[in-house]
Design a protein around this ligand. Structure first.
Ligand SMILES: [Zn+2]
Length: 131
Protein backbone atom coordinates (compact mmCIF):
# COMPACT_ATOMS: atom_id res chain seq x y z
CA UNK A 1 0.00 0.00 0.00
CA UNK A 2 1.46 3.34 -1.00
CA UNK A 3 1.63 6.20 1.51
CA UNK A 4 -1.47 8.41 1.50
CA UNK A 5 -1.97 12.01 2.66
CA UNK A 6 -3.61 12.98 5.96
CA UNK A 7 -6.96 14.19 4.64
CA UNK A 8 -8.10 15.50 8.04
CA UNK A 9 -5.04 17.62 8.80
CA UNK A 10 -4.47 21.35 8.40
CA UNK A 11 -4.43 20.93 4.61
CA UNK A 12 -7.90 19.32 4.51
CA UNK A 13 -9.36 22.13 2.30
CA UNK A 14 -6.60 21.46 -0.25
CA UNK A 15 -7.46 17.74 -0.44
CA UNK A 16 -11.21 18.42 -0.55
CA UNK A 17 -10.70 20.84 -3.45
CA UNK A 18 -8.67 18.28 -5.40
CA UNK A 19 -11.64 15.92 -5.18
CA UNK A 20 -13.59 18.60 -7.07
CA UNK A 21 -10.70 18.97 -9.56
CA UNK A 22 -9.90 22.37 -8.16
CA UNK A 23 -6.66 23.76 -6.73
CA UNK A 24 -6.92 25.77 -3.51
CA UNK A 25 -4.19 27.28 -1.34
CA UNK A 26 -4.27 29.67 1.61
CA UNK A 27 -4.33 33.40 0.91
CA UNK A 28 -3.45 35.93 3.56
CA UNK A 29 -6.41 38.14 4.51
CA UNK A 30 -4.10 41.07 5.20
CA UNK A 31 -1.38 41.22 2.50
CA UNK A 32 -2.84 38.79 -0.05
CA UNK A 33 0.20 36.48 -0.21
CA UNK A 34 -0.54 32.87 -1.17
CA UNK A 35 0.92 29.99 0.83
CA UNK A 36 0.94 26.20 0.97
CA UNK A 37 1.12 23.99 2.97
CA UNK A 38 -1.19 25.49 5.57
CA UNK A 39 0.34 27.79 8.14
CA UNK A 40 -1.25 29.53 11.11
CA UNK A 41 0.27 32.90 10.27
CA UNK A 42 1.45 34.63 7.10
CA UNK A 43 5.23 34.35 6.58
CA UNK A 44 5.23 37.87 5.05
CA UNK A 45 3.13 39.98 7.45
CA UNK A 46 2.39 37.58 10.35
CA UNK A 47 -1.36 38.12 10.05
CA UNK A 48 -3.47 35.15 11.18
CA UNK A 49 -6.33 36.00 8.81
CA UNK A 50 -6.48 33.62 5.86
CA UNK A 51 -8.88 31.89 3.50
CA UNK A 52 -8.58 28.95 1.14
CA UNK A 53 -8.99 30.30 -2.38
CA UNK A 54 -8.97 28.72 -5.83
CA UNK A 55 -5.89 29.52 -7.89
CA UNK A 56 -4.97 28.89 -11.51
CA UNK A 57 -3.93 25.23 -11.81
CA UNK A 58 -0.82 26.15 -13.78
CA UNK A 59 2.85 26.73 -13.17
CA UNK A 60 6.40 25.95 -14.26
CA UNK A 61 8.86 23.19 -13.38
CA UNK A 62 11.71 24.60 -11.28
CA UNK A 63 13.65 21.39 -10.69
CA UNK A 64 13.21 17.64 -10.46
CA UNK A 65 14.73 14.44 -9.13
CA UNK A 66 14.42 10.82 -10.28
CA UNK A 67 14.24 8.35 -7.37
CA UNK A 68 15.89 4.99 -8.07
CA UNK A 69 15.81 3.71 -4.52
CA UNK A 70 12.54 2.46 -3.01
CA UNK A 71 11.69 4.34 0.21
CA UNK A 72 8.01 3.34 0.38
CA UNK A 73 6.12 0.12 -0.23
CA UNK A 74 3.73 0.53 -3.12
CA UNK A 75 5.75 3.22 -4.91
CA UNK A 76 7.67 1.38 -7.63
CA UNK A 77 10.94 2.93 -8.75
CA UNK A 78 12.04 4.80 -10.70
CA UNK A 79 9.67 7.72 -10.19
CA UNK A 80 10.15 11.42 -10.74
CA UNK A 81 9.46 14.22 -8.26
CA UNK A 82 9.13 17.76 -9.60
CA UNK A 83 9.17 21.11 -7.85
CA UNK A 84 6.52 23.33 -9.42
CA UNK A 85 6.12 27.07 -8.93
CA UNK A 86 2.44 27.86 -9.44
CA UNK A 87 1.50 31.06 -11.26
CA UNK A 88 0.31 32.42 -7.85
CA UNK A 89 3.88 31.99 -6.54
CA UNK A 90 3.37 28.93 -4.33
CA UNK A 91 5.98 26.17 -4.66
CA UNK A 92 5.07 22.53 -4.16
CA UNK A 93 6.31 19.04 -4.91
CA UNK A 94 4.48 16.72 -7.26
CA UNK A 95 4.95 14.13 -9.98
CA UNK A 96 4.84 14.63 -13.74
CA UNK A 97 2.30 12.89 -15.96
CA UNK A 98 2.96 12.39 -19.67
CA UNK A 99 6.45 13.90 -19.38
CA UNK A 100 9.45 11.61 -19.84
CA UNK A 101 12.33 12.39 -17.44
CA UNK A 102 14.63 13.48 -20.27
CA UNK A 103 11.95 15.90 -21.53
CA UNK A 104 11.89 17.82 -18.24
CA UNK A 105 13.27 21.35 -18.45
CA UNK A 106 13.56 24.22 -15.99
CA UNK A 107 10.75 26.57 -16.89
CA UNK A 108 8.63 23.90 -18.58
CA UNK A 109 5.04 25.13 -18.45
CA UNK A 110 2.71 22.63 -16.79
CA UNK A 111 -0.93 22.40 -15.73
CA UNK A 112 -2.65 20.37 -13.05
CA UNK A 113 -3.72 16.79 -13.61
CA UNK A 114 -6.07 15.36 -10.98
CA UNK A 115 -5.10 11.76 -10.25
CA UNK A 116 -7.87 9.89 -8.40
CA UNK A 117 -5.85 7.13 -6.75
CA UNK A 118 -8.57 5.95 -4.33
CA UNK A 119 -12.28 6.78 -3.87
CA UNK A 120 -11.22 9.32 -1.22
CA UNK A 121 -7.83 10.57 -2.40
CA UNK A 122 -7.06 12.69 -5.45
CA UNK A 123 -3.42 13.65 -5.92
CA UNK A 124 -2.23 16.80 -7.66
CA UNK A 125 0.10 15.99 -10.54
CA UNK A 126 1.24 18.01 -13.53
CA UNK A 127 1.20 17.49 -17.30
CA UNK A 128 2.54 19.69 -20.11
CA UNK A 129 0.50 22.86 -20.50
CA UNK A 130 -1.53 23.06 -23.68
CA UNK A 131 -0.63 25.99 -25.91
ZN1 LIG B 1 0.25 38.44 4.86
Amino acid sequence: MRPLPDLAGADAPFWQALRRRELRVQRCGNCGAYRFPAARTCPHCRSDEAAWVAVAPAGVVETWCVFHRAYFDGLPVPYTVIQVRLDCGVRLFSNPIDIEPDALRIGLEVEAAFDEITPEVTLLKFKPRRA
